[in-house]
Each structure stands twice: as C-alpha cells, then as structure tokens.
Ligand binder design. Structure first.
Ligand SMILES: Nc1ncnc2c1ncn2[C@@H]1O[C@H](COP(=O)(O)OP(=O)(O)OP(=O)(O)O)[C@@H](O)[C@H]1O
Ligand SMILES: [Mg+2]
Length: 310
C-alpha cells in the first residue's frame, strides 16, 4: 500500500462539499505538491489526514492504517506542520522536544540526540533554550518542522510551509525541506508557490472544488507545455504601436507593457524560437538589452487546468 491513500474521501458542511469523493494514492518517498486555488479543499484534506477534523465519509490510509477508524495508530508514522503552529509559549524548543518525545515514549537520550540534530538542521540551536513565546513566525515554523520530525516519521504533511515567511525565511525553509530527500520519507505539502513546488517536489496533485484534477510526475506534467513567458527590457521607450507589432509576431500568444521600457510576452516555442524572438524584437527597433524566460512551466499548466474547469 502507498504511504497515503484517500478513497472516496468527503467532507460536507451542510450541503456544501469541501472535498468530494477524493481518491488519491501518494507514492512512497515522493515529495508531492498539493495544489489548488483558494478554497479548493487542501487544508480540509490535510486536517483530516492529521485528525484535526473528521471526514464525513470515505477513508484515508496513512501507512496502511485508516485514520477515520484508528487515528492514533495512523498518526504513529506521521509528522505534520499545519497552519500557524501552536506551542506552549513558556517552553523553549528543547523543552518542547523533551515534552513531545516523552509523550511519544522516546528515551531521554534519544530525545536529546535527535532533538539536537533537528534543531541544528533547522538552524535553531542558538535559540534552543529561549522561550518560544518571543519567537517570530519564521522561528516558530522552524521549531514546528524540527518537532514534526522528532519521532522519525515515514510521512511528513505540511500545509503551506513557507506562507508568511520573509523571502530569506522561505528560501531557508525550502532548503530544509529539500534536505529531507536523503531520508526515507514521503512528503505531502500544500503550497500556492509553484516555483517552490517545482523546486521541492517530484510529484503534483492538483485539486479544485474538492476534486482531483491531475496527479502525476512534475517532469511529465511540464514536458508538454511549450508556453513561455518572456520578460523583455528595452533601452527605447515602448508604446501601443510597438506592442501591437509584437503581438502580431508569429508564436506570440499575448504581450503586455509592464512599464515604459519593459514588456511581458507569452509565446509558444522552444529555446531557438526564443532566440529568434530576440532578433525579431530588435528588427522592430526595440533595442532589447535583456530578455529572460520565466521558467514557470508548472504555472502555465496550472493556469490552463484551473481556467478550463471554471
Ligand atoms: N468549518 C467550516 N465550515 C464551513 N465551510 C468550511 C469550513 N472549513 C472550510 N470550509 C470551506 O471548505 C472549502 C475548502 O476550504 P480549505 O480551507 O480546505 O481550502 P484550501 O484549499 O486550503 O484553500 P486556501 O488555499 O485558501 O488555504 C472552502 O470553501 C471553505 O470555505
Ligand atoms: Mg488552506
């Protein structure tokens, strides 16, 4: 059995279905990005998987145990960070680890060695003996991640792990999650940051209105999309007339002025088409000094799918 398996999972609020007969099998040792627009049902699914709320019907197996039947046993192999983590503010990270470890029946030595290793991994060892009450959101998030890994879970479930962090905090959090690749672990994480998902995840599951739209390898999903977004900077001022000429060029899907001297072009094609585009733009007299492709192939896929289903 796969580490996470959802079968007909449904959560109803009155007549509204936040998730609707959802089926999903998350592959072992995959890092699966769980995507979908606001209100799609990601947090609802994750809350069921972490036993914060109950499903209305269906099953959710974690390492083969149905959480709707035996939550305690199902959660034995799971670590999670869901929404803004709550801690006892008067405890330090080390005391929090001690407390959680002892609840989980770990020996003192195991708690200390594992706790120190994890606080080091999340770069919080200097703060290990300071009270969490004073910590910033990013610091709490790191402690939460360290804490979720204390009992060496086979499955790690994260709901928007970088949301609300500053840019540096985001980068660091991603690095930490990526560093888990060496471990025998399956990561299931929701996110709105498609660049983040492309960086961390090898699989993607996309839901909307509580139903699964796609679930596949990132590499397979992004292979067929040849849409690329170019960010073009020019020395010369741009105007509507130039924009119309650019829009009329072959392979161009659309173009927008971003400022007086920059525009964004969505085009179909590969790298050689992009090289030709640079020549064509200069032939139009744009005097391009910079042209870069935003490599968000997952983004165009997402836009296509979510747009289609609305
Ligand atoms: N307690 C509740 N009572 C009624 N409706 C709820 C409740 N909790 C969630 N919902 C609804 O269920 C739907 C799914 O919400 P959910 O939080 O799972 O979305 P999400 O995919 O996590 O969205 P976001 O990307 O904004 O975090 C939303 O329409 C939401 O309004
Ligand atoms: Mg959510």
């Amino acid at each position: 059995m796969n580490p996470i398996e959802l079968e007909g999972l449904t959560k109803s609020y009155g007549s509204f279905k936040a998730i609707d007969t959802l089926d999903l099998k998350v592959k072992a040792n995959s890092f699966t990005g769980f995507l979908g627009p606001n209100g799609a049902g990601k947090s609802t699914t994750i809350k069921i998987l972490t036993n914060l709320i109950r499903a209305s019907s269906g099953s959710a197996y974690l390492d083969g145990v149905d959480i709707t039947k035996d939550p305690k046993a199902a959660l034995a192999s799971v670590g999670s960070v869901v929404e803004t983590p709550e801690f006892y503010p008067f405890l330090t990270p080390r005391e929090t680890m001690d407390y959680l470890g002892s609840i989980n029946g770990m020996s003192r030595e195991a708690i200390h060695s594992k706790g120190d290793e994890l606080l080091h991994m999340v770069k919080m060892e200097e703060w290990a003996d300071k009270k969490i009450g004073k910590f910033s959101k990013g610091m709490r998030q790191r402690v939460a991640l360290a804490q979720s890994l204390l009992s060496d879970p086979k499955i790690l479930i994260l709901d928007e792990p970088t949301s609300g962090l500053d840019p540096r905090g985001m980068v660091e959090m991603r690095e930490i999650v990526k560093s888990l690749r060496d471990r025998d672990i399956t990561v299931f994480m929701s996110s709105h940051m498609l660049n983040e998902v492309e960086e961390i995840c090898d699989r993607v599951a996309l839901i909307e209105y509580g139903k699964l739209l796609i679930h596949d390898d990132v590499s397979i999903l992004t292979k067929g999309t040849d849409l690329r977004r170019l960010d073009v900077r020019t020395v010369k001022d741009l105007n509507k007339g130039v924009l119309d000429q650019v829009t009329a060029l072959p392979l161009v899907e659309s173009a927008r002025l971003q400022s007086e001297r920059s525009l964004s072009i969505d085009m179909r094609g590969d790298e050689s088409d992009q090289a030709e585009m640079l020549e064509k733009l200069n032939r139009l007299g744009l005097k391009v000094y910079s042209l870069s492709a935003e490599g968000h192939s997952l983004e165009s896929l997402y836009m296509d799918l979510v747009k289609e289903s609305r």
